[in-house]
Design a protein around this ligand. Structure first.
Ligand SMILES: Cc1cc2nc3c(=O)[nH]c(=O)nc-3n(C[C@H](O)[C@H](O)[C@H](O)COP(=O)(O)OP(=O)(O)OC[C@H]3O[C@@H](n4cnc5c(N)ncnc54)[C@H](O)[C@@H]3O)c2cc1C
Ligand SMILES: NC(=O)c1ccc[n+]([C@@H]2O[C@H](COP(=O)([O-])OP(=O)(O)OC[C@H]3O[C@@H](n4cnc5c(N)ncnc54)[C@H](OP(=O)(O)O)[C@@H]3O)[C@@H](O)[C@H]2O)c1
Length: 477
């Protein structure tokens, strides 16, 4: 029998468990999927936007894996933290441990004013509307959404997600599982302008076309793109030749077509009424709805302050350098904003007791085998964002997990020579931990359904540790 602990119940953890179940080299396999949270699914629960119901429903296929009789969900057990279990002790309990802990921190922008009140990482904003229990007090409800103008820095899919949530009417979010506090704050939000700003050009933007198009489909919001900024991009220089004439990746070509459509609607060459206004294309002054302005070739250099809070962002105007990068032009533009969300990527966090590469924010590995001092460490593996870095959609983690499991299975004969602990759960309890098992998670689900019913909504997420644990341990539910 091969006994494996998977640390992390996000996509990479669950796909690792699935790959272990689906192989035939070692028929008798037992998998414990541990998570520091009492809830499974990682960023599928706490990252994927609430209005992306179809992607959220991937939870159903992850659930089928966690409900397999050979798999045990072990929530509320952190690994490597002060209150958790160390990697060395965990290794005593299983033949192999696969770390699938994701990349939960935000990348720093490293400009003056980054931490002014009113400036937040998108990571924090996402955690808030997703009801992550670590978010604690509700910063966005109190003041941030009193802003009229918001700047989102970065042009990846997370930037598009947070801009969409800011620009979408909260009424539409009522049908989702958004927690009460976030829904109330979004209902009261005064945000009218959302600027999404890239430091390079539209052909280097990281968002995907489906996500980009959604911005144009938001009721009550209008997307504004400056044709002058698009035209700075060499890939856009001959827009009439698109599509097909340029050797562009299909996603870039599709993105450019969508942006070009919006820029045409924005009124070519319109005078700049954008704060600090160098060439933005404003909509009619009487437009009472929300506006999403997608901007390019603006590199953030400083967050501006007034009265102790963020008041705007100073950008250096950039221009293409001919090699996919940009150079500064010596010109600057200030965009007024009382809320700034920095969506410039996630970052892996060092797990005490595991090797860590601080430059890439990943665990060093060879085909998923954790490297200690450059040498594979027997029985230790890694998969998902903590292995590859914080890029890739949910499906990317499936092939990543398969590679890791192939390495693990190749080592299985050596690993199973050692006797693993009889009942790791009993040992974890002896060590003072209080796991939330699958029945506890089902109890949380029922509590969220009950909460939703009491509010005339579908299931509504419980946003705090105390509430989640009380629900998990409520025997009578
Ligand atoms: C905001 C956002 C939105 C996204 N939306 C989409 C989308 O719509 N579609 C799409 O295809 N992809 C989307 N992605 C990408 C997708 O979420 C990732 O590819 C995927 O979640 C990465 O999987 P993972 O298992 O490596 O990490 P995670 O999903 O982060 O899972 C890591 C798990 O490990 C647990 N953990 C962490 N540390 C410890 C510890 N020390 N001990 C025990 N457990 C621990 C965490 O609690 C978590 O459950 C999105 C990403 C983000 C950031
Ligand atoms: N719906 C979905 O499918 C969905 C939703 C959300 C997330 N995801 C996935 O999750 C992964 C992470 O997404 P992400 O948006 O966090 O990361 P990302 O795709 O890497 O985008 C990060 C953005 O931040 C910019 N940036 C980085 N450093 C910067 C700086 N110092 N100043 C200004 N801009 C800076 C990048 O610009 P440069 O290119 O110039 O570096 C890029 O535009 C991606 O693979 C994404 O596709 C998918």
């Amino acid at each position: 029998m091969l006994s494996v602990a998977v640390v992390g119940s996000g996509p990479s953890g669950v796909y690792t468990a699935q790959a272990l179940l689906q192989q035939s080299l070692v028929p008798d396999v037992r998998v414990h999927v541990l998570d520091r949270l009492p809830t499974p699914y990682g960023l599928v629960r706490y990252g994927v936007a609430p209005d992306h119901e179809k992607i959220k429903s991937l939870q159903n296929s992850l659930r089928a894996v966690l409900e397999d009789e050979r798999v045990t969900f072990v929530g509320n057990v952190g690994v490597g933290g002060a209150d958790g279990v160390s990697p060395a002790r965990l290794a005593e309990l299983y033949h192999a441990v696969v770390y699938c802990v994701g990349a939960s921190a935000d990348r720093a922008l490293a400009v003056p004013g980054e931490n002014l009140p009113g400036s937040y990482s998108a990571t924090r904003f996402v955690s808030w509307y997703s009801a992550h229990p670590d978010i604690g007090a509700d910063p966005f409800a109190r003041d941030a959404l009193g802003a009229r103008s918001a700047v989102v820095i970065g042009v990846g899919n997370v930037a598009v997600d947070v801009a969409r949530i800011l620009a979408r009417g909260a009424g539409e979010l009522r049908r989702t599982d958004v927690p009460r506090g976030a829904l109330r704050a979004l209902e009261e939000s005064r945000v009218r302008e959302v600027h999404i700003v890239g430091r390079r050009g539209p052909s280097q933007a990281r968002f995907t076309t489906k996500e980009l198009r959604e911005l144009g489909a938001l009721p009550g919001a209008r997307v504004v793109v400056d044709p002058v900024e698009l035209a700075l991009d060499p890939a856009y220089a001959a827009p009439d030749d698109l599509p097909g004439a340029l050797p562009l990746p299909a996603v870039v070509r599709r993105n450019l077509e969508v942006l070009r459509g919006w820029s045409a609607g924005s009124g070519a060459g319109a005078a700049g009424a954008v704060p600090g206004g160098a060439g933005g294309a404003p909509g009619p002054a009487a437009d009472a709805g929300r506006r999403i302005r997608i901007r390019f070739f603006l590199r953030p250099v400083e967050l501006l302050e007034r009265g102790g809070r963020v008041a705007g962002v100073r950008f250096a105007r950039t221009a293409p350098d001919g090699a996919g990068g940009v150079r500064d032009t010596g010109r600057y533009e200030d965009v007024a904003a009382q809320l700034v969300l920095r969506a410039v990527g996630y970052r892996g966090v060092e797990l005490p007791g595991l090797p860590f590469d601080p430059v890439n924010g990943t665990v060093p590995h060879a085909a998923g085998r954790v490297l200690r001092g450059g040498v594979p460490s027997p029985g230790e593996y890694v998969a998902g964002w903590i292995k590859r870095g914080p890029t890739g959609v949910i499906g990317s983690n499936r092939s990543c997990a398969k590679e890791t499991v192939a390495s693990l299975l190749a080592d299985a004969a050596a690993l199973t020579r050692r006797t693993a602990a009889g009942d790791p759960l009993a040992v974890l309890r002896e060590w003072g931990l209080r796991p939330v098992e699958w029945t506890g998670w089902l109890s949380i689900e029922r509590a969220e359904a009950e909460l939703g019913r009491s509010l005339g909504r579908g299931p509504v997420k419980i946003p705090d540790w105390a509430g989640l644990l009380a629900a998990a341990w409520d025997e009578n539910r």
